[in-house]
Design a protein around this ligand. Structure first.
Ligand code: AMP
Length: 215
């Protein structure tokens, strides 16, 4: 079993790296953002509560997040391990996670912090989009599909952009990240599991640095 947390501001490449780690190590990517967007798309009560908060770039309440995670990590697909992308984002979430894991005798093996330059994040995020069919990630200038308008992975022709990927909301999301990251990094540094990678490096190089940590 391998359990991993990826920390980093919006746009650092957590989702991209989590997907690669998921495929290589056969562990499941748990993106709270993706789970919340699925709730919004389904029009559930939780989705309705979360939508406004997400559109404003603020954090959804710890209570809701902890409830979602508790039921998610109990699912059978987590049995080989999991990789958290975008969780925990606050100290109460980190503490709740510890309690959950202790109860089931599971531990976090590595916490990888993706260190990046904030200024670069705004253009990374405002240019990004995904294939509506398979979820493959692209970028207007940094990573366009090889054949214009056609997904490299599945041949899909429809793409979506996140409602919160606009410059103004990105700045609020970066602020929310920085308001909480120092204590969270401190929390995991104390446990000796925190490691850093250079999130400004090209995608394969970041993957190589993460693989070196995972062993
Ligand atoms: P992400 O896809 O990780 O960028 O998350 C998108 C949005 O979902 C965030 O801006 C928050 O509104 C919400 N969100 C995701 N993860 C969390 C979390 N762990 N705690 C609180 N809110 C979250």
């Amino acid at each position: 079993m391998l359990n991993l947390i990826l920390l980093g501001p919006p746009g650092a490449g957590k989702g991209t790296q989590a997907k690669l780690v998921q495929d290589k190590y056969k562990i499941v990517q748990l993106s709270i953002g993706d789970m919340l967007r699925a709730e919004v798309a389904a029009g559930s009560e939780l989705g309705r509560q979360a939508k406004q908060i997400m559109d404003a770039g603020a954090l959804v309440s710890d209570d809701l997040i902890v409830k979602m995670i508790t039921s998610r990590i109990a699912k059978p697909d987590c049995k080989n391990g999991f990789i958290f992308d975008g969780f925990p984002r606050t100290i109460p979430q980190a503490e709740a996670l510890d309690t959950m894991l202790k109860d089931s005798g599971i531990k976090i093996d590595h916490v990888v912090e993706m260190r990046v330059d904030d200024e670069a994040m705004v253009s990374r995020i405002t240019g990004r989009y995904t294939c509506a069919k398979c979820g493959a990630g692209y970028h207007d200038t940094l990573q366009a599909p090889k054949a214009g308008g056609i997904c490299d992975k599945c041949g899909g022709r429809e793409f979506t952009r996140r409602a919160d990927d606009n410059a103004e909301t990105v700045r609020t999301r970066l602020k929310a990240y920085h308001a909480h990251i120092a204590p969270i990094a401190g929390y995991y540094a104390k446990n000796g599991v925190l490691k850093g990678v250079d999130g400004m490096a090209p995608i394969p190089e970041v993957t190589r640095q993460i693989a070196a940590i995972l062993g």
